[in-house]
Design a protein around this ligand. Structure first.
Ligand SMILES: NC(=O)c1ccc[n+]([C@@H]2O[C@H](COP(=O)([O-])OP(=O)(O)OC[C@H]3O[C@@H](n4cnc5c(N)ncnc54)[C@H](OP(=O)(O)O)[C@@H]3O)[C@@H](O)[C@H]2O)c1
Length: 247
């Protein structure tokens, strides 16, 4: 308990899945949490749940495909809580179209949500963290950021781009700001369900040494490690949380 006491944390894409579990865990550990997403009903439910359990949180409705709106997340967080200590770039969208079929519109949308929004937020939050002399950014990659697969070119490309952005952030934002990425494998969320669920991804699960899908909580606990001083000497890493998948 209290690993994030007094900290202000932003978790993007916290209306469901791993973002939601992470927001709840950060709040339980004492952080004031700003959650973002597009679905107001689910956003409100997450905030209500956090408050019911004695935590503090607000939500901001922002569509990350609209890059003009993304930076406002930092402004509004500072308005509400005075500062930002932790930024978890978690919001993401899947694209299931193969290379020859993906439209430029979809490609751009995927890159805006999965990569460019994280860049904009980092550019905006870095001066605040640097002035404080301390801050943490956590990015969300994927095992799709390490290898090619057939069938979802925009998503795979965006996660490879995130791997590069994560390294660039770590090099250029240190020494004050620690930057790391989480690279999930198959985690039981709405996104996994939209990709056909556990059955469709059985080949990944069978390829894991742990032979099961992950849960959002498996990501939240690693995010807490990276957000807290428990990882004080960890930066520039991409940590696979994939049940031991080899690809
Ligand atoms: N699940 C997996 O197996 C897996 C594996 C590797 C990587 N990941 C990555 O993990 C992250 C979290 O995914 P998840 O599995 O937890 O999926 P999820 O349950 O579908 O959650 C995705 C979150 O992103 C938000 N989001 C999506 N598009 C958005 C947009 N245009 N504007 C603002 N917010 C948006 C959603 O909010 P709203 O619906 O409210 O807009 C939601 O809160 C993503 O970056 C994903 O690529 C997931």
């Amino acid at each position: 308990m209290d690993k994030l006491k007094g900290k202000v944390a932003i978790v993007t894409g916290a209306t469901s899945g791993m973002g939601r579990e992470t927001a709840k865990l950060f709040a339980k550990e004492g952080a004031k949490v700003v959650i973002t997403g597009r679905n107001e009903k689910r956003a409100k439910e997450v905030v209500d749940d956090i408050e019911k359990n004695g935590g503090e949180a607000i939500y901001l409705i922002v569509d990350m495909t609209d890059l003009n709106e993304v930076g406002k997340i930092i402004d509004k967080t500072v308005d509400a809580y005075g500062t930002v200590d932790i930024l978890f770039n978690n919001a993401g969208m899947l694209s299931l179209n193969p290379l020859l079929e993906v439209s430029l519109e979809e490609w751009n949308k995927v890159f805006n949500v999965n990569v460019t929004a994280a860049l904009i937020l980092a550019q905006k939050v870095a001066p605040i963290m640097k002035e404080k002399g301390k801050g943490v950014i956590i990015n969300t990659s994927s095992i799709a950021g390490y290898a090619g697969h057939h069938g979802f070119a925009a998503y795979i490309s965006s996660k490879h781009a995130m791997e590069g952005l994560n390294k660039s952030m770590a090099y250029e934002l240190g020494p004050e700001i620690r930057v790391n990425a989480i690279a999930p494998g198959s985690i039981k969320t709405a996104m996994l369900d939209s990709a056909g669920g556990e059955e469709a991804l059985d080949y990944i699960i069978q390829g894991c040494t742990l032979k099961r899908c992950g849960a959002p909580e498996d990501i939240a606990s690693v995010a807490l490690f990276l957000a807290s001083d428990d990882s004080a000497y960890v930066s520039g890493q991409s940590i696979r949380v994939d049940g031991g998948y080899e690809a």
